[in-house]
Design a protein around this ligand. Structure first.
Ligand code: MG
Length: 261
């Protein structure tokens, strides 16, 4: 008798389970896809470059042949597809705002000096915001001044430097600061840096221009300005420099629905 009751209980339990599964499946079938209603433009097609070369929509700033896109480029030494810093900094003839910037550099293979006196250069976006270039391979300086620092504002998250003389890469995402009509900052400058494929600055919000001799501070400026590569007395080598301007993709939001009365 007891076993019959157990059998009946088991049969009922199985029936309930099967019904539950079927109900859940039906509910899944009845799911309606969520749609935001935003009408997005189709993203442009960009063909990636080979071996860190420029993508199809990049502006090539140095392809190994000349520095004609730069003021002061005639002072640098170009040989074997490489530009070596000399005499003074170089500044792009064109102006840029938000961008993705790729550059490859090599500190002098023959090590001279120490700290800030060893393979010093730097990329100054808008002539004001420096991502430091330095030979920081087994070489110490103040941490917010070592290679891949935002100069005097933020050390790199890690030291990703290769040995002196070896080629290294920077991939930098730069967002220009925004100012209102009263010249107040409405959005700070933001910089992300990958050095040799390693994140070393992660969406860092700058507190102003990067200066050697005074605190960081903002001074209102336009949305675009030239980029400068520093000459700090050291023959740092450069190759493969390109830039892509960044534009936000903007969708059209749906009209708000009228409330039913
Ligand atoms: Mg520097």
């Amino acid at each position: 008798m007891k076993s019959l009751r157990t059998w009946i209980l088991c049969a009922v339990a199985s029936a309930v389970s099967v019904t539950a599964v079927l109900l859940l499946r039906d509910r899944a079938d009845a799911q309606v896809e969520y749609k935001s209603g935003i009408v997005w433009p189709e993203p442009e097609v960009v063909t990636p470059g080979k071996d860190n070369g420029p993508p199809s929509d990049a502006v090539v700033l140095f392809d190994g042949t000349n520095l004609s896109k730069w003021n002061g480029g005639d002072k640098w030494i170009i040989a074997d597809g490489v530009a070596t810093a000399a005499k003074s900094g170089i500044t792009t003839k064109d102006s840029f705002g938000d961008c993705q910037f790729h550059l490859e550099f090599a500190s002098p293979a023959e090590v001279k000096g120490n700290g800030q006196g060893r393979g010093n250069s730097g990329v100054y976006f808008m002539g004001k915001y420096e991502v430091q270039i330095l030979d920081s391979f087994e070489s110490k300086t103040y941490f917010d001044g070592q290679c891949a620092s935002i100069y005097k504002q933020h050390p790199p998250l890690v030291n990703a430097c290769r040995k002196p003389g070896e080629w290294q890469s920077y991939d930098i995402i730069f967002e220009a600061p925004r100012f209102d009509a009263e010249k107040k900052v409405t959005r700070p400058c933001i910089i992300t840096v990958l050095q040799n494929g390693i994140v070393v600055q992660n969406h860092f919000e700058l507190i102003g221009g990067t200066y050697y001799d005074r605190p960081a501070a903002y001074a209102a400026h336009g949305p675009r300005a030239p980029i400068n590569i520093q000459f700090h007395g050291d023959p740092v080598k450069f190759r493969n420099i390109w830039i892509r301007e960044l534009k936000e993709i903007v969708g059209k939001k749906p009209e708000p629905k009228e409330e039913k009365k």
